[in-house]
Design a protein around this ligand. Structure first.
Ligand SMILES: Nc1nc2c(ncn2[C@@H]2O[C@H](COP(=O)(O)OP(=O)(O)OP(=O)(O)O)[C@@H](O)[C@H]2O)c(=O)[nH]1
Ligand SMILES: [Mg+2]
Length: 392
C-alpha cells in the first residue's frame, strides 16, 4: 500500500498533459435552414425590441458566443435595443471561469449575469433586473417613471443564443416565476421550479428542439407587461468556427451529437480535463492521469459493463454533457478560460470575430428564396461524411 502511494505520487508529479489537441478532421458547421429563418425573424423584430437576452453556456463561454448577435446589434437596426448576456448552467461551471467572465466583461464595459435557468431564485433576481431595466427605458424615453403605466407595447425581449444553451428552460421558469402572483407555483427544496402547469416552451437535451420563433409570451405584469420571444438556437457560420470550438460546442450539446466521432470527442474531454483537473476521471484509471483515451474508455467499460470503446465514449461524454451530477467536479470546455490575460484578450477576440464574419448577414435571402442556411447544411453534410478519426 505504501509502495503504491509512492509510485502514484511519482507518476502524478511527472505527468505532462498535452498542450495541443491532435489535428483530427471534423465538421466545422451545423448550420440549418430553420436557423436562417430565425435570423430573418430577428431582423424583423429588432426595431420593436427593448432587450436582447443573449444566452451562452457558462462551461464554454467563448464557443457559445455567437458573433451573429454582435453583428445584429452593431450593424443592423438594433440602435435602441440593449443587450444583456446570460451565462446559463452556472451550477455546472467552475468558479475560476466565472472570475474570468468578470475580467473579460469589465474590459468591454458590458453587462452579464450567470444563472441556473431552472432555479426560481436566480430567475427571480433576473426579473428584478428586467423590471429595473424597463424603468430605466421609460425614464430615458419619457423622462419620468412615477405613475407611468409603461410603454404602449410593454417591454419586449428576445431570448436568443446557440442551440441547447437553455433558452426555452429559462422562458418556462421566467413565466412560472414572473406570473407567480396570479398562478399556482411550487418550488422544490433546491429552489428549482416544479412545473405543475403546462410549459410554454418545449425543452430537451438535444440541439434544435425549438424550430421557430414563438409568439409573444407575457412573463410579468410590471407597468403594462414584460413580454418575450423564445427563439430557435442559432449555430456559428463555418467562417468563424474552429476545430476546438466545434469540439467544445459538441461537448455542451450545442450541435447534433452525431456530428463528431465519439472517440474524438472523448479524447477532447480527456485533453481539457488534463489541463485543469485530471482527478475528474481518476475513478476510471485507478487515480493515474493519462493522455491515452483508450485507457480511460477501458475503465469506463469496466465500471459500466459497456463492451466497446465507442459505447464507453458515448456514455462518458454524455455524462459530462448533461452535467455529471454524480461527481462534484466542474470542468470548463473552452481552452481560453485556462489562459492568462497576456495570452488571451477577450476584447481582441470580439473585434476579430466581427471582422471574420464580414458582410455575412447581408447575404440572408428574402422570404421564398433558397436560403444560404440550406446551402450551408449541405456543406456540413459533406464535411460530416468526411469525418475521420485520423487525419489521413
Ligand atoms: N444543469 C442545468 N441544465 C440546464 C440549464 N438550463 C437548461 N438546462 C438543460 O439543458 C437542456 C437544453 O435546454 P433547452 O431549454 O431545451 O435549450 P434551448 O436553448 O431552448 O435549445 P434549442 O431549442 O434546441 O435551441 C435541457 O435538458 C435543460 O434541462 C441550467 O441552467 N443548468
Ligand atoms: Mg428551445
Amino acid at each position: 500500500m505504501f509502495l503504491h502511494r509512492q509510485v502514484f505520487r511519482r507518476l502524478n508529479s511527472t505527468f505532462v498533459p498535452r498542450h495541443v489537441f491532435p489535428d483530427y478532421r471534423i465538421a466545422l458547421t451545423d448550420f440549418k435552414g430553420h436557423q436562417m429563418r430565425a435570423i430573418q425573424r430577428f431582423q424583423q423584430l429588432l426595431p420593436q425590441l427593448n432587450l436582447l437576452l443573449e444566452l451562452r453556456d457558462s462551461r464554454a463561454p467563448i464557443s457559445t458566443r455567437n458573433v451573429i448577435f454582435d453583428d445584429l446589434m452593431v450593424n443592423r437596426r438594433g440602435g435602441n435595443t440593449k443587450r444583456l448576456v446570460l451565462y446559463t448552467k452556472s451550477d455546472l461551471c467552475p468558479k475560476e471561469t466565472i472570475e474570468k467572465l468578470r475580467v473579460w466583461h469589465s474590459e468591454l464595459g458590458d453587462e452579464f449575469m450567470t444563472l441556473d435557468s431552472r432555479s426560481a431564485r436566480d430567475v427571480r433576481n433576473l426579473i428584478k433586473i428586467l423590471e429595473w431595466k424597463y424603468d430605466q427605458t421609460i425614464e430615458q424615453t419619457l423622462g419620468h417613471v412615477e405613475g407611468n403605466e409603461g410603454l404602449p407595447l410593454g417591454y419586449r425581449i428576445l431570448v436568443a443564443g446557440m442551440p441547447n444553451v437553455g433558452k426555452s428552460t429559462l422562458v418556462n421558469t421566467l413565466r412560472f416565476v414572473g406570473a407567480a402572483k396570479t398562478h399556482n407555483l411550487s418550488e422544490s427544496v433546491h429552489g428549482s421550479v416544479s412545473h405543475k402547469r403546462r410549459k410554454v416552451a418545449k425543452t430537451g437535451g438535444q440541439a434544435g428542439v425549438t424550430r421557430a420563433t414563438s409568439e409573444c409570451i407575457r412573463i410579468a405584469d410590471h407597468r403594462g407587461g414584460i413580454y418575450l420571444y423564445d427563439t430557435p438556437g442559432v449555430s456559428l457560420p463555418g467562417r468563424v468556427t474552429t476545430r476546438e470550438k466545434m469540439l467544445s460546442l459538441s461537448q455542451c450539446g450545442c450541435v447534433k451529437n452525431n456530428l463528431v466521432d465519439p472517440i474524438i470527442q472523448a479524447d477532447y474531454l480527456l485533453y481539457i480535463m488534463n489541463l485543469q483537473n485530471p482527478a475528474a476521471y481518476d475513478q476510471y484509471t485507478k487515480g493515474l492521469p493519462t493522455n491515452n483515451v483508450y485507457k480511460v474508455l477501458a475503465g469506463v467499460g469496466k465500471a459500466t459493463g459497456i463492451k466497446d470503446d465507442n459505447g464507453a465514449a458515448i456514455h462518458w461524454i454524455d455524462k459530462w454533457r448533461q452535467g455529471a451530477r454524480q461527481t462534484k467536479q466542474k470542468i470548463s470546455f473552452d481552452v481560453e478560460t485556462l489562459l492568462d490575460d497576456e495570452s488571451f484578450s477577450y476584447k481582441d477576440l470580439v473585434a476579430r470575430e466581427l471582422e471574420q464574419l464580414g458582410p455575412w448577414l447581408s447575404s440572408v435571402p428574402q422570404d421564398g428564396q433558397k436560403s444560404a442556411g440550406q446551402r450551408l447544411s449541405k456543406q456540413a453534410l459533406k464535411a460530416k461524411n468526411s469525418n475521420q478519426l485520423f487525419n489521413l
